[in-house]
Design a protein around this ligand. Structure first.
Ligand code: ARG
Length: 248
């Protein structure tokens, strides 16, 4: 029937049409992942991903609509159209890539360690933590958690809802080490200052490209994103945003 034909036509359309028609780019992320998405004292979302999202909305001629979403449910929320794109420091993993499309990576990071030196002065690498006597923390559903389970399988792992809770456990002397993405740990260490006396083992032990994620079956949107990213990276805007948020 013509109704079915119309449905098929609509289904074939890129999600880009929906964004342009609504005049809104709804961006999904979970605030708290420094320096990519954070909430400032005024309650505004700020950070590396947020600045890129604003540039993206500008390039499409639409309004930027932030959608703060719990990390644990961020892929299901994309799949059920709660927003148009995930821009949330998400590592491209083969498992996630079975469910979503990833644009080209915008930065490469890896897992690093923040160690409490009073509790574990002997720890110099993640390998030294592979013993049940060590309590290691990270965040639920992240590649930090995966890295602990894969690379430090014998440690006593404690999972937290937020990266902040996980790292404070080490600062407060309740866990030996925190495993997380390099940029987050760099910002946390800078905030604490040398007085905190934490030991930062900043040589990444995993390879993690971060990329924006969209729903599968949409090559038009993916093509737009990759060309937008190339433009951003080469016309100075990426460097400006990078230098604003990433130190060292
Ligand atoms: N890169 C890590 C991952 O993909 C952590 C990202 C956490 N992002 C966030 N907005 N909380 O698992």
């Amino acid at each position: 029937s013509t109704a079915i034909a119309a449905d098929i036509e609509l289904a074939k359309k890129s999600h880009i049409e929906k964004i342009l028609q609504s005049g809104k780019l709804r961006v999904g992320f979970e605030s708290g992942y420094m320096p990519f998405e954070m909430t400032n004292t005024k309650g505004d979302f700020v950070g590396f991903d947020i600045d890129m999202a604003k540039e993206m909305a500008k390039a499409m001629g639409v309004e930027f609509v932030p959608v703060n979403t719990a990390w644990d449910g961020i892929i299901p929320a994309l799949l059920t159209d709660k927003f148009d794109i995930i821009m949330s420091g998400m590592t491209v993993t083969q498992d996630r890539n079975l469910k979503v499309l990833f644009a080209d990576p915008y930065i490469i990071v890896g897992q690093t360690l923040i160690v409490n030196p009073d509790m574990a002065p002997e720890v110099k690498s993640y390998r030294d933590l592979n013993d049940p006597k060590y309590i290691v923390t990270s965040k639920l559903g992240t590649t930090g958690e995966q890295a602990v389970k894969r690379s430090i399988p014998k440690c006593t792992y404690k999972s937290f809802e937020t990266e902040q809770e996980a790292v404070l456990e080490v600062l407060n002397g309740k866990a030996h080490a925190f495993v997380y993405d390099l940029p987050y740990c760099v910002v946390f260490m800078a905030q604490q200052g040398s007085d905190a006396g934490l030991n930062f083992i900043d040589e990444p032990f995993t390879y993690e490209p971060l990329a924006w994620a969209i729903n599968k079956g949409d090559p038009d949107f993916l093509n737009w994103l990759n060309n937008f990213l190339r433009q951003l990276k080469n016309d100075g805007r990426y460097d400006m945003i990078y230098n604003k948020w990433i130190t060292s």
